[in-house]
Design a protein around this ligand. Structure first.
Ligand SMILES: Cc1ncc(COP(=O)(O)O)c(C=O)c1O
Length: 394
């Protein structure tokens, strides 16, 4: 059988003793390579490298999959965060509430839009924004003359949707716009709604290692508001109107090119299978590591129904460096997302809240991510768990 025809199930159990990869884009490529080569050849034939039919195809498929009313493909996840804030006119003195424990892009996006990040602590169980701390900080901002509370940017860390119900209640009470940073959570859901339909504006990333990754940079804004979609189509083309010449608002080159849209559209065709396998790997980890190490949990009281996109599988361990070194020695790759909370990074120190952010700081000292991708075999997961249990019990 040719590599291009291998199914995910074939690939998973192909070599249970093979070296373990932290992410595995190579195995994935084997199942779609033929289809991708056909698509690339189509693009070379039609020659519309920018704004080709693949862009609309992807946008329609994203709406169909997520339940969003509109989807706008853009150049990266960071652009997907910045562009709505530019369109909504955020600027000097506008406060956007961001968790202190996330990728730096979340805070960079706020600053690039000219607004001010206000860091919020996280829930120690979910690693996502803590709704109570959000409310506390919104009230603090209300007392400051130089800031206006404008928006909140929950981040779905490691793939687990943030608590949109409780964050939504705070947002409604204080009139905040929600801009969801779902760079890591495409495919996740909460109740019967998928990521993309959980907030009026959702930004996702197609960085190659994301759950719906392309083979280069890309991203999308998913929105429940068609008006926002129209505005973003203008912004991604330098703020132009239909003539694509005269700028009717400020914009930038925020486009996603035809080749990248084709890759992501093709990847959507295997996405459900990949997602099912991610959920299986997640369940295997939970079963085998139960009670021994702290794991990011979906089960924070009020939201039993949340389902992670399983972008990363992250545990909490004491003596992380030693555990990590032992795992490396056994051929088990690991990674740390993130070893520095944003308020401690030089670029954002200026926004460090008085007293710091206790849970963000603790998480940054303890988190360790284990390999997570749909092509891990059951045997490989068992080897990883055996390694982790051996290292943490020492
Ligand atoms: C939480 C988070 N936000 C934003 C981004 C930015 O996405 P991109 O790298 O596509 O710009 C990423 C990923 O890299 C991310 O993990």
């Amino acid at each position: 059988m040719a590599d291009t025809e291998r199914t995910l199930a074939d690939l998973v159990e192909l070599a249970p003793d093979a070296p373990i990869q932290f992410f595995d884009l190579k195995s994935q490529q084997a199942s779609i390579r033929g289809a991708l080569e056909t698509r690339w050849s189509d693009i070379l034939d039609h020659g519309r490298y920018i704004g080709g039919p693949e862009v609309t195809e992807l946008e329609e498929k994203l709406c169909e999959f997520t339940g969003a009313a509109d989807a706008v493909a853009v150049g990266s996840g960071t652009q997907a965060l910045v562009m709505p804030m530019i369109g909504l006119g955020y600027g000097y003195g506008d406060a956007v509430f961001v968790p202190g424990f996330t990728y730096n892009a979340s805070a960079n996006a706020v600053l690039l839009a000219g607004a001010t990040p206000v860091f919020v602590d996280i829930d120690p169980v979910t690693f996502n924004m803590c709704p109570e701390d959000l409310e506390r900080r919104v009230k603090q901002v209300a007392k400051q003359r130089n800031l206006r509370a404008k928006a909140v940017m929950p981040v779905d860390l490691y793939g687990l949707p943030a608590d949109y119900e409780r964050i939504g209640a705070v947002a409604d009470q204080y009139g905040l716009q929600i801009i969801s940073d779902a760079a890591q959570s495409f495919g996740g859901q909460s109740g019967n709604k998928r990521v993309g339909a959980l907030a009026s504006i959702t930004a996702t990333s197609f960085y190659p290692t994301k759950t719906l990754g392309g083979y280069g940079d890309g991203g999308a804004v998913l929105t429940t508001d068609k008006g926002i979609g129209e505005m973003l189509r203008s912004i991604r083309w330098h703020g132009t109107g239909e003539d694509r010449k005269n700028s009717i608002r400020v914009g930038l080159n925020g486009r996603c090119d035809s080749i990248q849209c084709a890759v992501v559209a093709e990847k959507l065709s295997i996405f459900e299978d990949e997602r099912a396998r991610r959920l299986t790997v997640d369940a295997l980890y939970r079963e085998q590591l139960q009670g021994v190490v702290g794991m990011q949990s979906q089960f924070s009281e009020s939201r039993m129904e949340s389902a992670s996109a399983c972008g990363l599988f992250t545990i909490r361990v004491a003596e992380r460096d030693r555990v990590r070194a032992e795992l490396t020695e056994k051929g088990i790759p690991t990674s740390i997302y993130y070893d520095t909370p944003l308020h401690r990074m030089p670029a954002f120190e200026h926004f460090n809240p008085a007293g710091g952010l206790r849970e963000c700081e603790r998480a940054s000292e303890e988190v360790l991510s284990l390999p997570m991708h749909p092509y891990l075999s059951t045997g490989q997961v068992a080897r990883i768990c055996e390694g982790v249990l051996g290292a943490v019990r020492r």
